[in-house]
Design a protein around this ligand. Structure first.
Ligand SMILES: Cc1ncc(COP(=O)(O)O)c(C=O)c1O
Length: 394
């Protein structure tokens, strides 16, 4: 029987489930403890917890007092939800192309597209590989634009000795299902700006208190860690992924973002954060192993790690120069039980019908496959992946 190696999964234990149940009957407030842990890890003074990464960005943009029609620069290769949110909040989205080697925003194109009217630049660390923050800050601040780091895909990745999430004017994180740690859903703002932090906190304080079946989702999530169970539900999960991508073509309900992060999530988050170092080391070890193993294939390019940076790689993106080879490889991997995915599958200027040309992003979307490197991936799985690549690519 073929077992399936999930594309992304964060190990959730019975201990976390029990802690979740316990926190429902215990009035002890875990939120402050989780905030303090995160603030120490990211090395940022203020942390404001939110119900998702998207909600964190929503709150931040309001806290900065942006108005409808203000221009926001966003990389053309980023999670669709970010762009969906910006459009639904009424901002003018300007796409900037990305670098082929890192999937992160291109400084050259940023320089070109930056204008007097740009109010915010979103600097995303795609797949957990830090983007060129020094240059992004310099160009943006020269134009009086605010830099918001999208750190949804990495906690504790390092850029020149500093932690991502502490480098921009503000940043946000996500604790969604496939993220560096998970509380099923959830997010956080980090900033050293006292005024922004206060405004963000005032906004979040007015949000609704909901539980959103977190405990039930956590139990189900811990089951799919088992590969045989994952195999049984793989088709359903695949369909859900596709449905969610399609839903993003339509406006979202912004009211759904106005919910609070719960005590239950904080108590799970605390246990998860204690394991972050182990998770990150496993991701780093697995991705480095694959990068080394893939070096000899002329048709395959692995991401470039900028000097003095330490990524954490949530998934490892690989670029396959020949589109037919890419299709064959993707098929072979899935057939062998490896949930490789063509993420991100949508060229965003087309997906959102905004006529900006970003040739690198367009090409990366067509020719990229992401490989699993999460903490549940074992050495023999990685050897298996390299074997499949060798069989198909040589
Ligand atoms: C790069 C990036 N930004 C933003 C988000 C949005 O986070 P969330 O799913 O928690 O709303 C995600 C996650 O899907 C992401 O990967």
């Amino acid at each position: 029987m073929i077992v399936i190696i999930q594309s992304v999964i964060v190990p959730v234990t019975y201990q976390e489930i029990l802690a979740g149940i316990y926190s429902l009957f215990n009035s002890k407030n875990r939120l402050a403890e989780f905030e303090t842990m995160l603030s120490e890890l990211v090395d940022c003074e203020y942390v404001i917890l939110t119900s998702s990464g998207t909600s964190a960005l929503y709150v931040l943009l309001k806290a900065y007092g942006l108005k409808r029609g203000d221009e926001i620069i966003v990389p053309a290769y980023i999670c669709e939800k970010v762009v969906r949110l910006l459009l639904d909040m009424g901002y003018k989205v300007k796409f900037v192309d990305v670098e082929k080697e890192t999937y992160n925003i291109s400084i050259e194109d940023l320089n070109e597209k930056m204008s007097k009217g740009t109010k915010v630049v979103i600097a995303a660390h795609m797949f957990g590989n830090p983007c060129r923050m020094d240059e992004i800050l310099e160009v943006s601040h020269d134009h009086n634009a605010i830099v918001i780091e999208d750190s949804a895909q990495c906690i504790c990745a390092e850029y020149k000795g500093k932690r991502v999430g502490s480098l921009g004017d503000s940043a946000f994180f996500s604790f969604g299902e496939g993220k560096p740690i998970t509380t099923i859903s959830g997010g956080a703002i980090t900033t050293n700006d006292k005024e922004v932090a206060k405004k963000a906190m005032d906004i979040v304080n007015k949000f609704k208190r909901t539980n959103n079946k977190i405990l039930l989702k956590l139990i189900l999530y811990s089951f799919i860690k088992n590969r045989r169970i994952y195999r049984l539900v793989y088709n359903k999960i695949q369909k859900r992924r596709e449905r969610r991508w399609n839903e993003l073509k339509n406006a979202m309900n912004l009211d759904d973002l106005e919910q609070k992060f719960t005590n239950l999530q904080a108590s799970i988050g605390i246990i998860q954060l204690k394991k972050l170092r182990y998770f990150n080391e496993a991701r780093y070890r697995n991705s480095t192993f694959l990068i080394r193993g893939l070096e000899r294939f002329k048709n395959i390019r692995t991401p470039k790690i900028p000097p003095n940076c330490k990524p954490i790689f949530l998934r490892l993106p690989i670029y396959i120069k020949d589109i037919n080879l890419k299709q064959r490889l993707l098929k072979a991997l899935i057939k062998s039980g490896i949930d490789a995915s063509p993420a991100y599958p949508n060229y965003l200027p087309n997906f959102f019908k905004i006529n900006h040309d970003c040739p690198n992003a367009r090409d990366l979307v067509r020719k990229t496959i992401t490989l699993p490197v999460h903490p549940c991936v074992k050495q023999k799985d990685l050897i298996g992946i390299l074997d499949i690549v060798r069989r198909v690519a040589e």
